[in-house]
Ligand binder design. Structure first.
Ligand code: NAD
Length: 395
């Protein structure tokens, strides 16, 4: 990505606490960029619309205007707050619509521990995992039919009559869904994880799957991943059965391993140090991302990004938290750390580093929002914007 010194970055403010956290994130980013580049670089923020805010502005029940897609395509990066999901109507989820329309096939979720953050595990400092969740396929593709609908009846009849499937026991009141997983979809996701491991000097890439049960989707995901490691990266198996390839940048070996999803969820709690970069299909990746985030402080501080070949959207991973919207209780950490990822994506690593260091300082000095302060002895409770100001002070 070639980024000018004064880029336009579209932002979707978001609904509920989006109105609280997004302006705080922008202030923090502006301060970090100004400091890192002595005022020589500056982001021009441009508001684009989605969700309830879009309906306010465009009216007409317009939850996701075409312009929003056009601007993200034009400027290649965008950052967004959480969106209210419309109830009823044709849109299942605005987030899924954004990901699918822009083909943002990677959901990137780095999970890292900030010293002092309240955690339910004994050694949260051992957690340093980057999750690559496949974002476009699997049962999230939205290919499903309601029980007794024409589509469900037709598909069940087709499976039973033409495909020799005799296992659908209750054809009445049976909803049905399809779980596609392609070789191309697997390779672009796992390939991106391998590249990330190479660029960031990571020790291993783990492919998480339920291939023992779903052989031709989850199992294929695993097999195509290993095949890619072998054919494109020259991975080999040693005498102990360990598969690895040489990182061309460091000459160290990167281990490629796999783990069944249920065992993985257990292992990641018990031995987080064993997992470095992790690849998973859409649904497993969803569960794993939130479970891991809980180990290091929860969704209030978990960043995320949805990345495609041409554009990327960086986003807070939590929802609109309507009960605390406007109260100053929302933690802006998730969207601020998403902005950190965005800055790295733009190649502005110096500004990104300043944000992380400043946030670390704020947390270790126990000056935090109420979601953390209640669980930290001797902490001072700050509002959403005061927490942002604390980070800016540290910058
Ligand atoms: P939520 O994430 O909004 O809230 C879950 C819990 O976490 C609540 O107790 C909330 O107060 C708390 N919480 C969330 N973010 C926080 C923050 N930054 N600081 C402190 N506490 C925080 O999930 P929900 O209640 O299931 O969903 C509410 C709405 O958000 C729904 O309309 C849902 O569709 C939408 N949603 C949007 C996204 C998105 O846009 N990415 C994701 C999830 C849910």
């Amino acid at each position: 990505l070639i980024v000018p010194d004064n880029p336009i970055v579209p932002f979707i403010r978001g609904d509920g606490i989006g109105a609280d956290i997004t302006p705080v994130m922008q202030k923090v980013v502006d301060a970090a960029v100004a400091k890192a580049y002595s005022q020589k670089k500056k982001i021009s923020w441009m508001e684009i619309y989605a969700g309830g805010r879009s309906v306010e502005v465009y009216g007409d029940n317009t939850w996701l205007p075409d312009e929003t897609f056009d601007f993200i395509r034009k400027y290649h990066v965008a950052i967004k707050g959480p969106l209210t999901t419309p109830v009823g109507g044709g849109i299942r989820s605005l987030n899924v619509a954004l990901r699918q329309t822009l083909d943002l096939y990677i959901c990137l979720r780095p999970v890292r521990y900030f010293k002092g953050v309240p955690s339910p595990v004994k050694h949260p400092e051992l957690v340093d995992t980057v999750i690559f969740r496949e974002n476009a396929e699997d049962i999230y593709a939205g290919i499903e039919w309601e029980a007794n609908s024409e589509g469900a009846k037709k598909l069940i009849a087709f499976l039973e009559n033409e495909m020799n499937v005799k296992k659908i026991r209750f054809t009445e009141n049976c909803g049905i869904g399809v779980k596609p997983m392609s070789k191309a979809g697997t390779e672009r996701l796992i390939g991106a994880a391998f590249e990330y491991a190479i660029d960031h000097d990571r020790k291993s890439v783990t492919i998480v799957h339920k291939g023992n049960i779903m052989k031709f989707t989850e199992g294929a995901f695993k097999n195509w991943g290993y095949k890619l490691a072998e054919e494109k990266y020259g991975a080999t198996k040693d005498e102990n059965g360990v598969v690895s390839f040489v990182n061309p940048k460091t000459q160290k070996r990167i281990v490629v391993k796999d783990c069944i999803a249920d065992a993985f969820l257990q292992n990641i709690l018990l031995y987080p140090q064993d997992y470095d970069v992790v690849c998973a299909m859409n649904l497993n990746g969803d569960y794993i991302s939130d479970a891991l985030a809980a180990e290091v402080g929860g969704i209030g501080i978990a960043p995320g990004a949805n990345i495609g070949a041409d554009s990327a959207i960086f986003e807070a991973t939590h929802g609109t938290a309507p009960t605390i919207a406007g109260t100053g209780k929302a933690n802006p950490g998730s969207i601020i750390l998403s902005a950190e990822l965005m800055l790295r994506h733009m190649g502005w690593n110096e500004a990104a580093d300043l944000i992380v260091d400043a946030m670390e300082k704020a947390i270790s000095s126990k000056r935090v929002t109420s979601d953390f302060s209640g669980l930290m002895e001797g902490a001072t409770t700050l509002t959403t914007s005061e927490f942002g100001d604390e980070i800016i002070k540290n910058i």
